[in-house]
Write a protein that binds this ligand. Structure first.
Ligand code: HEC
Length: 95
């Protein structure tokens, strides 16, 4: 019985974090999805640290971009970490 509970917990934990990843990243994909618009860089394949540092720089107004400064402020540091991990792993199913 104990194992059963553990398994359910692990499975639902995974499902939950997948949902967090995709729902957090959806607004980003409106601009950053696979696109031929070269004015907006694609995030896929960038290093996790690079994405996270860019986002925190925007959040702290150290890097200037009107849109990204507003957007990054709407996420907690923990959420930015999740997003950075998500894009660095190249999840392409939402494009
Ligand atoms: C309204 C359009 C828009 C949305 C939505 C948006 N971005 Fe951006 N993002 C931009 C633009 C434009 C730039 C380029 C800014 C610059 O040159 O500094 C950018 C730059 C970035 C960069 C730096 C990329 C690089 O190559 O240096 C990262 C990282 C980033 N965005 C992450 C995100 C994440 C994560 C989300 C969702 C939470 C998001 N963006 C949502 C428009 C958007």
């Amino acid at each position: 019985m104990r194992y059963f509970i553990l398994i359910v917990f692990v499975l639902s934990g995974n499902a939950f974090s997948d949902n967090i990843d995709s729902s957090l990243s959806l607004p980003c994909l409106g601009c950053h999805g696979k696109s031929t618009d070269l004015t907006i860089p694609s995030l896929y394949g960038l290093e996790e640290d690079y994405i996270y540092n860019s986002l925190t720089d925007y959040k702290l107004d150290k890097r200037k971009n009107y849109l990204m400064q507003i957007i990054s402020k709407a996420y907690s540091e923990h959420q930015l970490k999740i997003l950075s991990y998500y894009f660095s792993k190249g999840h392409k199913d939402n494009e």
